[in-house]
Design a protein around this ligand. Structure first.
Ligand SMILES: Cc1cc2nc3c(=O)[nH]c(=O)nc-3n(C[C@H](O)[C@H](O)[C@H](O)COP(=O)(O)OP(=O)(O)OC[C@H]3O[C@@H](n4cnc5c(N)ncnc54)[C@H](O)[C@@H]3O)c2cc1C
Length: 494
């Protein structure tokens, strides 16, 4: 950026999903907008690049979409890439135990009964007694309001599941897996509010599908968003790190690492808390929310492993390994069955090791060998196939750990510093930290700036309301609170 550009209407710090969504949401306002990204690729934790050895697109790590991602899907619709998602219709998750697969699907029944047929079919994996032990928890979740979620944020998810009568067997087989794969922390370290909000989504909707990008994930939004922003007169800079955000008598100032400074009417810090804490003044961190809470957001690190083979190992797109906290990997994907434009038919298996502190001392070679061994337990053919190439990506933070206390600290996008906004997956969006939450926060920020400019437009979307019995339970619960079937969430707080 040249000296004449040292004043902008809106400076957006961070070119991940939240920052790009905010910039897209401001198109048409007439405001001059600049996005500053420190990396050489846009997309942040959802960025992709081309692997030089194989020519395949590689994403930071494999990601899933849910059909209940209204804010992310809205962004892709605007960018005209919504049809680049491969949906697994009607299929939720396949769990691998050795070579055997247990399928958890949704039947066309009113929620919460839609999971029942497949869970009953797989009763070898989930004995009926264990399934039925969830009835109180499911009922309780269906009635939760957002206020209840915040109350339950004071306590861990494991203790509430136990108090609601869920058996240890079901907790170990199902809830530990769901908590690790969606919330990215062990059950005993997860906020009950955060997990139960997701449980409510699971038991309240007739159908939601899991999908994957049919190419590198970043290719679905980063170049398209940049082109759209630039076409409307905005600017997008990569390799331009921001060093400081401050406010003085003349307004907000953004100082770049190259020494230049930009005055801006509005600044959007579209950063995770781990990055934001380095660029805000110490006196804000001492006194003001959300800045004084930044240290509270602990990162959940990942290791994502990519394995290229010389043959096709499976026709399956996605499966998870039966949960065992001693294992390395949780979820497995074969991109040879997902990517639409790949030339090689041979398997490209990728995996996620979530909350991977246990593997931090492993070398890349050890990670690859352990991943191969885990893969071969489900696909013995992997032992006979030749490993052509591998890549281990170590990610310091996939999302923040939703420990008890974090839900209440997730900030609204509007901060106490006038005209400064925070946007990111960790904002108070009422969904778990995810691509959906990042986009939702981006739309909310664009809405807030538009409102100030007198050009209001509704952009952030709410998830669909619950259906069937779940909807009825949600409606009657506030009037029934305290009656035997409708326990007050406060009874779970010690
Ligand atoms: C391996 C992995 C798997 C995941 N799986 C899923 C999944 O299956 N489904 C799902 O919904 N979500 C998943 N997520 C989470 C999802 O990727 C994130 O929630 C989302 O991408 C966060 O977007 P964001 O814009 O809030 O933050 P970010 O993507 O972190 O964007 C912030 C940007 O700011 C930049 N930046 C930082 N500091 C500065 C600075 N000082 N100056 C300028 N720029 C700066 C960063 O480089 C980054 O580009 C996964 C994440 C990972 C890593």
């Amino acid at each position: 950026m040249s000296q004449q550009d040292s004043s902008m209407d809106v400076v957006i710090v961070g070119g991940g999903l939240a920052g790009l969504t905010t910039a897209v949401g401001l198109i048409g306002t007439g405001l001059s907008v600049a996005v500053f990204e420190q990396d050489d690729i846009l997309g942040g934790r959802a960025r992709s690049w081309i692997d030089k050895t194989t020519g395949d697109s590689v994403t930071v790590g494999p990601h899933i979409f849910l059909s209940e991602y209204p804010n992310m899907l809205q962004l892709l619709r605007i960018l005209k890439t919504e049809n680049c998602i491969v949906w697994q219709r009607g299929k939720f998750i396949d769990i691998a135990k050795g070579e055997k697969i247990y399928k958890i699907n949704m039947a066309p029944l009113p929620p919460p009964f839609n999971f029942l047929p497949s869970i009953i079919r797989e009763r070898e994996f989930f004995p009926i007694r264990d399934i039925l032990s969830n009835r109180r928890a499911a009922w309780f979740c269906m009635g939760l309001s957002e206020q209840d979620v915040l109350r339950l944020d004071r306590v861990d998810a494991l203790s509430v599941l136990k108090k609601l009568g869920v058996t240890d067997n079901f907790i170990n087989r199902f809830w530990r897996f769901v908590c690790m794969s969606i919330m990215n922390v062990p059950l005993e370290k997860c906020s009950a509010g955060a997990l139960f909000r997701f449980f409510k989504l699971m038991v309240s909707h007739m159908q939601y599908d899991v999908g994957f990008a049919d190419r590198g994930l970043g290719e679905l939004f980063a170049p398209q968003a940049q082109a759209l922003i630039e076409k409307s007169g905005g600017k997008v800079f990569t390799r331009r790190a921001v060093e400081k955000i401050s406010r003085n008598s003349s307004g907000l100032e953004v100082k770049l690492a190259d020494g230049s400074a930009i005055h801006a009417k509005y600044v959007v810090a579209a950063l995770p808390p781990t990055a934001l804490k380095h660029i805000v003044p110490e006196n804000w961190k001492a006194a003001k929310s959300p800045f004084k809470d930044l240290e509270f957001f602990e990162p959940s690190p990942y290791i994502s492993t990519y394995l290229w083979f010389d043959k096709k190992l499976t026709r399956r797109q996605f499966w998870a390994r039966e949960f065992d906290e001693k294992d390395l990997n949780c979820d497995f994907y074969d991109y040879s069955n997902i990517y639409s434009h790949r030339t090689s038919p041979h398997s490209l298996i990728t995996t996620n090791c979530i909350y991977c502190q246990r593997a931090s001392s492993m070398t890349d070679k050890q990670v690859v060998q352990t991943t191969l061994a885990e893969l071969a337990q489900f696909l013995p053919e992997a032992k006979r196939a030749k490993l052509v190439h591998s890549l281990v990506v170590r990610i310091p933070m996939a999302i923040h750990c939703p420990h008890p206390g974090t839900e209440r600290r997730r900030p609204p996008v509007v901060t106490p510093v006038e005209n400064l906004f925070v946007a990111g997956d960790w904002c108070r969006t009422q969904v778990p930290a995810s691509m959906e939450s990042a986009c939702c926060a981006g739309w909310q920020t664009a809405e807030a700036i538009r409102e100030k400019e007198g050009k209001p437009k509704k952009m952030a979307r709410k998830g669909k309301p619950g259906q069937g019995i779940a909807r009825a339970v949600e409606r009657v619960t506030p009037a029934m609170r305290g009656l035997p079937l409708f326990p007050d969430p406060r009874i779970f707080i010690p």
